[in-house]
Design a binder for this molecule. Sequence first.
Ligand SMILES: [Zn+2]
Length: 338
Amino acid sequence: MRGAVIYAPGDVRVEERDDPKIIEPTDAIIRISATCVCGSDLWDWRGINPVTQPTPIGHEYCGIVEDVGSDVTTIKPGQFVIGSFFASDNTCPHCQAGFQTSCQHREFVGGCQAEAIRVPMADGTLVATPEPPADELIPSLLSLSDVMGTGWFAADAANVRPGMTVAVVGDGAVGLLGVLSAARLGAERIIAMSRHESRQRLATEFGATDIVSERGDDGVARIKDLTDGVGADAVLECVGTNESMTQALRSTRPGGFVGYVGVPHGVNLPGEDLFYSHVGLRGGPAPVRRFLPELIDLVWSGKVEPGKVFDLTLSLDQVAEGYRAMDERRAIKALLRP
Ligand SMILES: [Zn+2]
């Protein structure tokens, strides 16, 4: 089969790789219908995360089950399934509490920019759609594997409730879907922080009521202006830099929550600032598996269309162009068809 391998910063190639095989009796093999490039893949592409050896890359997937191991009971060949980037048993105490990305048996599902993958703990990890989807639903279903599940978790972790004022830091695909999630959860006012016109448009389409293009002190001052000096009830941090975390913290009202889902790079929050802010922080790798049944329902019934964040569709062979386009911010998110 063909699959993408990263060799070095700026060097992702599609090459012939071994077909995935059932190794454990709890595995499933999925024939990929669509996959995509994640903002976090760009950390490798840019050389911020070191690439020490050629590594299969990609962690977002959906597709048709081709084969299952002898212990798999709920997932069956022929089903269209979506799963998280961390496989989970969905039975341990952390899974039961809804934090499947901290599963005691979690395994990263890598190498998904490929024609097929092996998914461990198939019964715990994968959720099937009611039937194989129409082609136009596939981008939205794919988004549930990470980007939409992560935007949703940011809103959930920030405790978004009906009537709230929510600010979203970051206008990448996760931030934009954080806007959509906050709107769906009943936020009355949603302030999207974005400097890019095409992204501002999509944020507005997803439910943003205000756009703030300033950053840093000016950005915080604008949020305060828009909230009568109070700050936002909930802030979704979808970048992961020290600047964005600081901005999120300072934009939140005392008693409010920050949901942070950008993978931190160089974040150092002073304890004293945290102490006097009275702001609650919760985040981490999104427990996408918790949200999959509800989000599949929302997509299936046409209530949300998170697949709109894919503004570039390429064949798997063109994967490097997907990375380049996202790195240069020519594309919000690239979808790949094997
Ligand atoms: Zn578990």
